[in-house]
Design a protein around this ligand. Sequence first.
Ligand code: FES
Ligand code: FES
Length: 197
Amino acid sequence: MTKWLILLSKHYFEFISQVEKKIIKLFYKLFIYLWIAILNKSSPNIMEQFELNVNGKNHQVNVDPSTPILWVLRDHLKLVGTKYGCGIAQCGACTVHLNGIAVRSCQLPVSSVGNNKLTTIEGLSENGDHPVQKAWLEHDVPQCGYCQSGQIMTASALLESNPNPSEEAIASAMHGNICRCGTYTRIKAAIKTASKS
Ligand code: FES
Ligand code: FES
């Protein structure tokens, strides 16, 4: 059916004038805009209220339940230390802690958080003095810095569960955190330093 319509419209367009073509195109565009408007109206976003515990404080947000927690943190709570990289759980830039476990906030819907405690880079320590943050400074780890909050959140979760990780354990925990500046050697050195403190 679609094939026939395309063929018919192709032949028709060969016989009509430029002005007619413009009018038809205009009507066609209007039809598309109307159709999009109708679709948007028929499927409105359903907002819900959520209570979230972030960095030890309770927050209320009114959002679509499917919203990834990354966007709730950044857009609603203005905690912009957590970064958007790939959006498909492949780069680690958006890593936060959920009850102390490193998770990808770009793939975590707000509706699945419940009463669990979220920690972002802003809440990792009072004054930026978590052992991992101190080691990061000591080794001058960041380059552009974009991936670094995700790296620190993954590293700190690793040390929480394994205070003295082997080289293999570090590599295995950190392998999903991508750094386009290639700071991997300094990251590994900083984790080793933090594990000794
Ligand atoms: S933005 Fe979440 S893993 Fe890349
Ligand atoms: S420091 Fe630039 S992406 Fe990691």
